[in-house]
Design a protein around this ligand. Sequence first.
Ligand SMILES: [Zn+2]
Length: 300
Amino acid sequence: MRPMSFYRSKLEAIFLVAILFGLTAPAQGPAKKWMTQWEPAKLVNGSPVLFRVTAPLQLEDLRGNFLGQEFSFRPSEACRCWYGFAGVSLTTKPGAYTLRVEGKGPSGKEAAMSYLVRVSAAHYPTSALKVAPGFVEPPKETAPRIEEEQAEKKKVFSTSAPEALWSGRFEPPAAAEVSGVFGSARVFNGVKKSRHTGLDFRVTTGTPIVAANSGTVILARPLYFEGNCVMIDHGQGLLTMYLHLSEFKVKEGEAVKRGQILGLSGGTGRATAPHLHFAVRWRGEYLDPRTLLELHPPAK
Ligand SMILES: [Zn+2]
C-alpha cells in the first residue's frame, strides 16, 4: 500500500478501504445514499466489469464514465438497481480510477456521484506453441487476403447496436474444459507474437457451439487466421467471437438467442488442433471471457 499522504484526502482513503471489499457508499448525504458495487470485486487489466448502482432518488436514466469510456445503465426490477457493463483494457496500469455516474430525476434534476475504483495488475502466464510455419510468417501470396480480411474485420468491429441486446448471465459456448486462458503471452515457434486474447475450450470437431447471450450475427465466414468464424453483436460495443468452426449454423444478419447453436467446432484457421477459441471484445479491446461468464447480471 502507498502511504496515507499519497491520497488527496482522508475521504479518498476511506473509499479505497471500502473498494477492497468491492463496495462503497459515500460518507455523507441524505439518509438514502448512493451505493455502487462491482463484479468482479477485484478488477485487473483485461476485466469486464458489471457495475450496480442504487441512487438516493428516482432516476429516469443513468450514465457512467470509467477509464475514458461512456456507458449507459439499465434499470432492473430484480435488483432494484441500475446495472451497466464496462471494461478495463489489457494495457490499463494498476491504480485507482474514477467511476463517475450521472442521472436525471423526474423533474429533470441532475444527480451525480464519483467513486474510486482500484485496478490491480493481472498475472497472466506465458505459453509456448508450435504451429505450421505458414501461420507465424504467412506466405507472401496470402498478404492480399489477410489485408482484405483485416479491413473487413475493422468494419465489422465498428458495427454495434446502440441498445443492449443481451440480458441475464453469459453462458459458456461449449460444455467442455478450458484448455487455454486469456492473457497468456504466446510464443509461436520460439518467437513471442502476442497475448492470447480469448479463452480456449477443449472440444473435438463437430461439437455444438452456442451463443453466450442474445444478439445479432454480424460475421459468419471463413477467415485466414480465425478459420470459420462467427461474431455476435450484443449491443453498445460488446461482441463475442467463436473461432475455428468446422460448420456454420447461422447466417450474417440473423438474430440469435442465448444457447442457440451457432456452428460446430473444428480446427480451421490458425489452430494446432480442433478447439474453440472464444473471445470477448468491448469497444476495441479484448476482455477476459472467463470473467464475463462469472458475472451475475440481474435476470431482468
Ligand atoms: Zn485461443
